[in-house]
Design a protein around this ligand. Structure first.
Ligand SMILES: NC(=O)C1=CN([C@@H]2O[C@H](COP(=O)(O)OP(=O)(O)OC[C@H]3O[C@@H](n4cnc5c(N)ncnc54)[C@H](O)[C@@H]3O)[C@@H](O)[C@H]2O)C=CC1
Ligand SMILES: O=C(O)C(=O)COP(=O)(O)O
Length: 636
């Protein structure tokens, strides 16, 4: 075996729910019974028998006989099953194809399933037919399954033990599987160790008997010091996802073997301190504050990167993250359009006084009149903040015939015929609509208060879909009550309920021509699905490759994929001489550098060095000990 000088080791691997993600006979039943009116009933019966067998509740011979009798399958169905199973090989087996191919001679597939479909599937990863021990079907002249070879040891009760005994293997034997019959090989003493494989299913009566519980093949390889695709098994790395991020995000991390926990709501500071223990990757949305207090707590010491599954990152102490070598990513464009569409829609609803009309209709009042209903065409809109959202609204509003004005603290190029204002007052004093699209930086707190409302025209329509703390709510309430503001739409609030179970309490409730929405500007299926793909891809690139491209607080580096090299990632305070010190360590151990990349911000330096595979282990220790090192890790 590579990387380990040990006496001969044979690895015995189960097929169903271990090598592949599924139980093949259940799937065969699904395929064979397609179109049969009793399909659901028969399949559920077969699954029930499978489960009982796997849990050791009924003898295996009985389970096999009963299931085969229920199947009405033929050779064509087997062909379809093989195709299906090839797509269901467990992720960690696929990932470690190189190990399996290189060690195919010492790997045996021992299964109570059938060679008819197992052989073509395991051959995909380089395991030869002679290393597969399983049952075989018998067929009638038309190719229908008529039974199975009852002489085969694996068709009998305790079949795996009988088979293993007959093989008289020398050296160490390790068994990997998800079922009780896999454990029995260990119980009998024929296998030296049993690894309960839980990537696909986990059965308590099996895991409690195991020498080790392995959530992936990577974990098995890691425990035994064998060569593998993941330097450190991802099943040991915790991902915590908050605020009900899209299931696509959960899938993205699970597919790579991470340990993922998803929580529906946001967490407050104390709860986050509790939950962040041992977490390396944290995903949150706009409502969870990642504060200095959380970051400096020992529970957060493993945190490597954070994903804001939204645009705004004001809820995250970015500087503190940078100081601690934690890279933060967001989704700067995925929900832009959703906010833009909602803003335009709200403007029209308010200008036509639709909310009141609709409420009255629900109360049975038919009030067909044009009073207090206007078009937005020809009106002036003032955008405070001319970033990604502000500029898109600018283009659409102009297409709808509005005159666009904007104010931004940064010099921005006007799109179309939009007119730039030099001060907030200049903007507010001449427009019919005010729409806020600034970011949530602290200094934007209460930038719209009594004074700013006093600058606005009478009967202005006011929208805030940016951040709650940007507007002084009491001033807005007064402006609405005094009639200065004729209609308002507010999506974001200084305090927002943590979950959907908490009551929304705010002085804006009950005011006329005010549309209140529960911070849903970015909450469309499209936006959430986009974010659910985009943010994990950034976090995974950082974890797998070291790339920080798109980070909002870190030196940005887009790195080439790692090929046949080790990659050393060194994050340090940006003080003079660190690169020289790093390279002195490489020189001292005559390490061959294949590539080196450096990027710094004012405070932080990030050096990535790819080195050839032969290296002295001491270099990692010495690199970590360089003064001003923040974090160090190694990938291969
Ligand atoms: N309601 C919701 O569900 C959502 C709300 N948002 C909020 O919208 C904000 C804006 O999003 P993007 O346009 O993508 O961000 P962006 O960063 O592209 O644009 C923000 C613009 O505001 C400007 N700005 C900042 N402070 C200002 C001030 N005091 N006065 C004038 N201009 C100022 C900036 O220079 C920048 O051009 C986000 O930061 C987020 O807080 C974003 C998505 C969804
Ligand atoms: O993208 C943003 O900044 C938002 O405000 C949307 O936040 P959310 O993901 O809905 O909590």
């Amino acid at each position: 075996m590579p990387n380990k000088q040990k006496e001969q080791l044979t690895i015995v691997i189960d097929f169903d729910s271990t090598f592949t993600k599924v139980e093949a006979l259940d799937e065969l039943a699904d395929i064979a019974l397609l179109g049969n009116p009793k399909q659901a009933e028969i399949v559920s019966k077969i699954r029930e028998i499978t489960d009982k067998g796997m849990a050791g509740e009924i003898g295996f011979a009985d389970s096999l006989r009963d299931r085969v009798a229920l199947l009405s399958a033929n050779k064509i169905h087997i062909e379809q099953l093989i195709k299906f199973l090839k797509g269901k090989i467990s992720d960690s087996f696929k990932r470690n194809k190189a190990f399996i191919q290189e060690n195919a001679d010492s790997i045996l597939i021992v299964s109570s399933g059938f060679k008819d479909f197992i052989v073509p599937v395991v051959e995909e990863l380089g395991i030869a037919e002679e290393n597969v021990y399983a049952n075989t079907f018998t067929y009638d002249a038309e190719g229908n399954i008529s039974g199975y070879d009852q002489e085969n040891l694996l068709s009998k009760d305790g079949g795996k033990v009988l088979l293993l005994k007959s093989l008289e293997l020398e050296g160490e034997v390790y068994a990997i599987g998800d079922g009780y019959t896999d454990y029995e090989m260990r119980e009998s003493g024929l296998a030296n160790k049993f690894y309960a494989f839980t990537e696909n299913v986990s059965r308590q009566n099996v895991t409690e008997k195991a020498d080790f519980v392995v959530p992936s093949l990577d974990e098995f390889l890691y425990i035994n010091g064998l060569s593998r695709a993941q330097s450190y098994p991802k099943s040991r790395i915790k991902v915590l996802l908050l605020e009900n991020v899209h299931p696509k995000a959960v899938q993205a991390f699970k597919k790579e073997g991470f340990q993922v926990e998803l929580l529906k709501g946001a967490l407050d500071e104390e709860e986050l301190i509790e939950k962040i223990k041992d977490v390396s990757i944290l995903g949150l949305r706009s409502k969870t504050n990642l504060t200095k207090k959380v970051l400096e707590h020992p529970n957060a010491s493993r945190l490597m990167c954070v994903g804001a599954f939204c645009i705004g990152t004001n809820q995250i102490d970015l500087a503190e993250c940078e100081k601690r070598g934690i890279a933060v990513f967001n989704a700067p464009y995925s929900n832009t359009r959703s906010v833009v569409e909602l803003s335009i829609g709200l403007m029209i609803m308010l200008t036509r006084n639709i909310v009141e009309k609709s409420n009255r209709m629900h109360a049975g009042v038919w009030d067909k009149s044009a009073t207090n209903s206007y078009e937005i065409r020809g009106k002036k809109i003032g955008l405070v903040g001319y970033g990604n959202i502000g500029t898109q609204i600018s283009v659409l509003a102009e297409a709808l015939g509005m005159e666009v004005y904007f104010y931004d603290i940064v010099d921005k190029l006007a799109l179309g015929n939009a007119k730039k204002c030099n001060t907030l007052k200049e903007l507010l004093s001449q427009v019919d609509f005010v729409s806020l699209h600034v970011d949530g930086r602290k200094s934007n707190t209460n930038i719209i208060g009594e004074e700013q409302f006093s600058w606005m025209k009478e009967n202005v329509i006011f929208l805030n879909l940016s951040r709650g703390h940007v507007v002084e709510i009491s001033a807005l309430v007064n402006a609405i009550k005094s009639g200065k503001v004729w209609g308002a739409a507010v999506d974001v609030f200084p305090y927002e309920p943590k979950t959907n179970d908490e009551e929304f309490v705010n002085d804006l409730r009950g005011l006329p021509n005010v549309i209140l929405t529960p911070h849903i500007g970015g909450s469309t299926e499209e936006a959430q699905a986009n974010i659910g793909e985009f943010v994990p891809s950034k976090l995974l690139q950082f974890m797998n490759n070291g790339s920080t491209y798109g980070s909002v607080n870190f030196p940005e580096l887009q790195l080439p994929p790692l090929e046949n090299a080790h990659r050393l990632l060194h994050i340090h305070q940006n003080v003079p001489g660190i690169l020289a010190k790093i390279n002195n360590v490489f020189a001292k151990y005559s390490v061959n550098i294949i590539g080196q990349y450096l990027k710094t911000t004012e405070k932080t330096g990030y050096v990535i060095t790819d080195i050839s595979k032969e290296y002295a282990e001491e270099i990692a220790k010495e690199l970590k000990e360089i003064d001003n090192t923040i974090k160090f890790r190694m990938l291969y």
